[in-house]
Design a protein around this ligand. Structure first.
Ligand SMILES: NC(=O)C1=CN([C@@H]2O[C@H](COP(=O)(O)OP(=O)(O)OC[C@H]3O[C@@H](n4cnc5c(N)ncnc54)[C@H](O)[C@@H]3O)[C@@H](O)[C@H]2O)C=CC1
Ligand SMILES: O=C(O)C(=O)[C@H](O)COP(=O)(O)O
Length: 374
């Protein structure tokens, strides 16, 4: 079996080498010729899996994308050609949740805001949106959810219309990119939506760049009442509207989901789907594949208040690191891909085991691991 895999996927060798001949290639440069002989294709979000790419791939039987988003894959084409497709739903939802909370803690300090009591509108209440909502609730924020598809499908949670969610102090977007249908998300934040916002509001995009009209946003930022923006994703990555960057509070190169755990879970979920497809049990367990974190144990001597929580969160992951790397290291589209390829290790909060006498439920609700006294 010939397996072609994106060079930026972790764990491919230990999980897939036994199944055939493995070739690793840069995902953005995959061409019809390079995948022509493939039986199995393993990609990330930068590879457009479409008619053109698969035009010579006569033997292809399985495509796996180690990502949550699937807008880069023509799934109807794969179905027509009888090619099995698997993505990795939820694989990096914790990473996205932690990115958003780190960003909120940074902005709260910068603008002297008290998160507890502030309102958060979550647009898209699936895996990542829920991960954000749960952590924000644990910080005392008032959360409202906007998700018309789930509301229409009878999800028992309470939902508000988009216009209502847009009035929140913080509005965080977690929708898939869709261009058609009643719930299309392309340019969900357009000139009209921007016109109802005021400059005190914080807007976060950690889903897909095209969900926000970047030109309309730049026009808004150049006016008298700019918004407080946190942008992880951009229209036309990696060739983005660079003029926007100086008008953001935090800017990063599409790494919200890049915790080590999140990336590894993505490959692992594809491995599970692949094993299921070939009718074999997934032999390898996930936990032993994760390396030990540099910092894994800490004892707390006081109740974890907002300030201590902020310090704990930023001990594990501080979004300002990624913002600084991006602001200083990004000039050309190639830099965008380089920063992503050489992304420094980042662990999830659960990698830190806290020994705490008080506030254990609160720490657990945020996603830290609790250590048991020796
Ligand atoms: N920046 C990054 O690194 C990452 C970005 N993503 C992006 O985030 C997106 C969301 O991820 P998940 O939450 O895991 O997906 P999900 O599929 O679990 O949830 C998406 C939710 O959005 C809702 N939705 C769809 N159209 C909507 C609309 N017009 N208005 C409001 N809600 C709408 C859906 O009903 C669904 O509940 C992914 O599709 C992916 O594109 C995901 C992971 C990492
Ligand atoms: O999972 C998703 O969806 C994402 O957006 C990924 O985190 C993006 O990572 P790459 O696939 O572009 O490496």
């Amino acid at each position: 079996m010939k397996i072609i895999a994106d060079e930026n996927m972790p764990l491919v060798e230990p999980l897939f080498a036994d199944f055939g001949e493995l070739t690793r290639l840069p995902g953005r440069q995959l061409s019809p010729a390079s995948v022509a002989e493939a039986d199995v294709l393993l990609v990330r979000s930068v590879t457009q899996v479409d008619e053109r790419l698969l035009s010579q791939a006569a033997h292809l039987k399985f495509v796996g994308s180690a990502t949550i988003g699937t807008d880069h894959v023509d799934q109807a084409l794969l179905a027509r050609r009888g090619i099995r497709f698997a993505s990795a739903p939820g694989c990096n939802k914790i990473s996205v949740g932690e990115y958003v909370i780190s960003a909120l803690l940074v902005l709260a300090e910068r603008h002297q805001l008290h998160l507890s009591g502030m309102t958060l509108g979550v647009i898209g209440a699936g895996n990542t949106g829920t991960a954000v909502a749960e952590r924000a609730l644990a910080l005392g924020m008032q959360v409202c959810l906007c998700d018309p598809p789930l509301a229409d499908a009878g999800d028992p949670r309470e939902f508000v219309p988009y216009e209502v969610a847009l009035c929140s102090d913080v509005v965080s977007f977690h929708v898939p990119l869709t261009r058609e249908g009643p719930y299309a998300t392309w340019h969900l934040l357009d000139e009209a939506a921007l016109s109802v916002l005021d400059g005190e509001q914080i807007l976060i995009n950690a889903c897909r760049g095209d969900v926000w009209d970047n030109q309309a946003l730049l026009a808004r930022q150049l006016g008298a009442d700019p918004l407080r923006l946190v942008m992880d994703v951009w229209e036309q990555e990696p060739d983005l509207l660079t003029a926007l960057i100086p008008h953001t509070e935090l800017a990063t190169p599409h790494i919200a989901g890049y915790s080590l755990e999140g990336k590894m879970r993505g490959t692992y979920q594809i491995y599970q789907a692949f094993c299921d497809w070939i009718g074999q049990p997934a032999q390898q367990p996930f936990a032993p594949l994760l390396p030990k974190p540099a910092l894994d144990r800490l004892a707390l001597q006081q109740l974890p208040d907002q300030d201590l929580l902020k310090r704990l969160v930023h001990l594990v992951y501080d979004v300002r690191r990624d913002d600084a790397l991006f602001r200083h290291g990004f000039t050309t589209p190639a830099d965008f891909d380089r920063l992503r390829k050489h992304y420094p290790e980042r662990r999830e909060w659960s990698s830190l085991h806290l020994l705490a006498a008080e506030g254990r439920e609160h720490l657990a609700a945020l996603g830290f691991s609790l250590a048991t006294p020796a």
